[in-house]
Ligand binder design. Structure first.
Ligand code: ADP
Ligand code: MG
Length: 240
């Protein structure tokens, strides 16, 4: 589903990503962990070209994102993104937030979009909030709406960038539960997270990025029980 080869990204003189290779198969859940500033968000943002890679190649479901012929909007519909800050439109109802994509991007009829929107709100446990506005919801509820909105475009993969980092601790679980449900249903997911419990339980593979390179990767079992890289050991010592 995703093939990243020898990705480099510089911001001016700053080399942020220094040769990352990553393949993600359909249905796989990959968790990315690593210290702040190590380049995790930049990798995610390169996948749907919110940042333009400095060099290397990225394929999303067969589309070469660097190819000028590739319709990048098409790639962005295939690779949905969920951010730390939920980025809902404050002046639109919850249902309108979810149906905007299907109406504008998928050219769905209003009736079909509303039916899909309500189905997805039901899936994230928020059907009863359809006609509320974002500021009437808790952070955890807003993030679940953001997930429903992302699903509304029927993406092939969802990129999560620290989806629970902005939430009060008691609201983290409800969002992780929705994500775990998606994973079980076979959604392909790349999740940047500090939630080690989620990574252990849900990930097929865990990746540790530090200083713009993948320092270690493995199944959750080997990754957490037998970390080899000294930086990873140090990192796990601080967060777990
Ligand atoms: P992480 O998500 O792991 O915390 P980021 O990918 O956000 O790290 O950032 C990696 C580095 O790139 C940081 O030093 C950050 O300041 C820098 N960076 C990120 N985006 C930009 C940008 N648009 N312009 C300049 N520097 C950036
Ligand atoms: Mg980040």
């Amino acid at each position: 589903m995703i093939k990243i080869k020898n990705l480099h990204k510089n911001f001016g003189m700053l080399q942020v990503i220094k040769g990352i290779n990553l393949h993600v198969k359909s249905g796989e859940v990959v968790c990315i962990i690593g210290p702040s500033g190590s380049g995790k968000s930049t990798v995610l943002r390169c996948i749907n070209k919110l940042e333009v890679p400095s060099s290397g190649t990225i394929e999303v479901d067969g589309y070469d994102i660097m190819d000028k012929q590739t319709n990048i909007n098409k790639v962005r519909t295939e690779a949905g993104m969920v951010f730390q800050q939920f980025n809902l439109f404050p002046h639109m109802t919850i249902l309108e937030n979810v149906t905007l994509g299907p109406l504008k991007v998928r050219n769905m009829s209003k009736g079909d979009a509303n039916a899909l929107g309500l189905k997805l709100l039901d899936k994230v446990g928020l059907k009863e909030k359809a006609i509320n506005f974002p500021d009437q919801l808790s952070g955890g509820q807003k993030q679940r709406v953001a997930i429903a909105r992302s699903l509304a475009l029927q993406p092939k993969v969802i990129l999560f960038d620290e989806p629970t980092s902005a939430l009060d601790p008691e609201l983290v679980g409800e969002v992780l539960d929705v994500m775990q449900k998606l994973a079980k249903e076979g959604m392909t997911m790349i999740v940047v997270t500090h939630e080690m419990g989620f990574a252990k339980e849900v990930a097929d593979r865990v990746i540790f990025i530090d200083e713009g390179v993948i320092q270690e990767e493995g199944s959750p079992q080997e990754f957490f029980s037998n970390p080899k890289n000294p930086r990873l050991k140090d990192f796990l010592g601080k967060v777990v």
